[in-house]
Write a protein that binds this ligand. Structure first.
Ligand SMILES: [Zn+2]
Ligand SMILES: [Zn+2]
Length: 373
């Protein structure tokens, strides 16, 4: 399942603008403009959908900013994962900052007008994992903009438990990016990074955010690895001490040289099976790896030699710890400890979704935001 990770290449531009409601020249009263997956096929459309009303336990938000994720590109392309999971019509998008407009029954806050970021994973609260406090691996997780209508719209409803007040000092575009930023913070949370050497495979927005988090946590040396020069430049701006341009040849030697010593930790954000295998070879005995990237093929790790005998620890990074990751993300963005704005390289209006998706596919971007008009 792709989530906030790699962007898949390919597919054609099939988006068109249509009205899903008839007989109107403009924006319908009582309707909201949204980016939709109208049918089980590639492409999105811009259309009107009914203004959502908050059910019991839900909050209505006016959308202030959203950002585009690799998952949205998979939905656009209608890749096998999307085709198996999503039931159109569906409003897409899940990285969002909004302002509280109304409460459903039983909701007692946050106050109307509060600026909030949104946790995109809607958890059930009653499965074994939820009862254990492991909400990030709830077995009944529904994802905003995938399993329920999402955020690329002027308004949306979410469970009250999914909104996270950020304060007015955090700008809407930064607040929208707190969700993928949380993936990076979560990936960095499984070991001590202070004084350590860290290698990040995959320097998309989450990888670059992880570089910044590792720096803030005191890593002695951080190396970014990617195939894409644009992203390596972004990695340097987010604080990488060294970068390695991955090629089809094995990158192990180049990464070892850039690290200049034992590698304590690898943060694997690319999903490339080659990178995963490389990570297990490169990390020192007793070190650890966070695996966030999701690949399309089987991994080819020599478990006996490169994991068991080396005593490595491998962590799968699903979503964000709730609330621990959100608390940490908030402190990083609110106090300006990490400059998330540097990660945001392009801004589009909602009706320019085609251009945003095309740019994402090109790889010549960091985080791309979408603002409702
Ligand atoms: Zn995402
Ligand atoms: Zn659950």
């Amino acid at each position: 399942m792709p989530r906030c990770a790699a962007v898949s290449p390919g597919a054609t531009d099939t988006t068109q603008t249509v009205r899903l409601t008839s007989g109107t020249a403009g924006h319908n009263h009582g309707a909201v403009l949204a980016v939709l997956k109208p049918a089980p096929a590639p492409g999105f459309v811009i259309g009107d959908v009914p203004m959502p009303t908050p059910a019991a336990g839900q909050i209505l938000l006016r959308v202030a900013a959203t950002s585009v994720c690799g998952t949205d590109v998979h939905l656009y392309d209608w890749n096998p994962w999307a085709a198996a999971r999503v039931h159109p019509p569906r409003v897409v998008g899940h990285e969002v900052c909004g302002e509280v407009v109304a409460w459903g029954d039983g909701v007692q806050g946050p106050p109307i007008g509060t600026r909030v970021a949104v946790e995109s994973h809607i958890v059930c609260g009653h499965c074994d994992e939820c009862r254990r406090g492991d909400f990030h691996v709830c077995e009944n997780t529904r994802i905003l903009g995938v399993d329920v209508d999402g955020a690329f719209a002027t308004h949306l409803v979410v469970p009250a438990a999914n909104v996270w007040p950020v304060g007015d000092a955090v700008s809407p575009d930064v607040a929208a990016a707190m969700e993928p930023f949380g993936n990076a913070v979560h990936a960095c949370s499984y070991g001590e990074l202070g004084g350590r050497t860290v290698v990040v495979f995959g320097c998309g927005p989450i990888g670059c955010a992880a570089i910044a988090v590792a720096r803030v946590q005191g890593a002695a040396r951080v190396v970014g690895v990617d195939r894409n020069a644009y992203r390596l430049d972004l990695a340097e701006r987010m604080g990488a001490h060294a970068i390695v341009r991955a090629t089809d040849d094995a990158v192990d030697e180049a990464v070892r040289r850039a690290a200049g010593g034992a590698i304590d930790c690898v943060l694997e954000m690319s999903g490339s099976p080659v990178a995963v295998a490389s990570a297990t070879r490169l990390v020192r005995p007793g070190g650890w790896i966070s695996l966030l990237g999701i690949g399309d093929g089987p991994d080819v790790v020599d478990l006996s030699s490169d994991v068991v005998m080396k005593g490595l620890s491998l962590y799968g990074i699903a979503g964000r710890r709730i609330p621990a990751t959100w608390e940490q993300v908030t402190s990083y963005v609110r106090d300006g400890v990490i400059d998330v704005r540097t990660l945001i390289t392009h801004r589009f209006a909602m009706h320019e979704i085609d251009g945003a998706v095309e740019l994402m596919k090109s790889g010549q971007c960091g985080k791309v935001t979408l603002t409702p008009e």
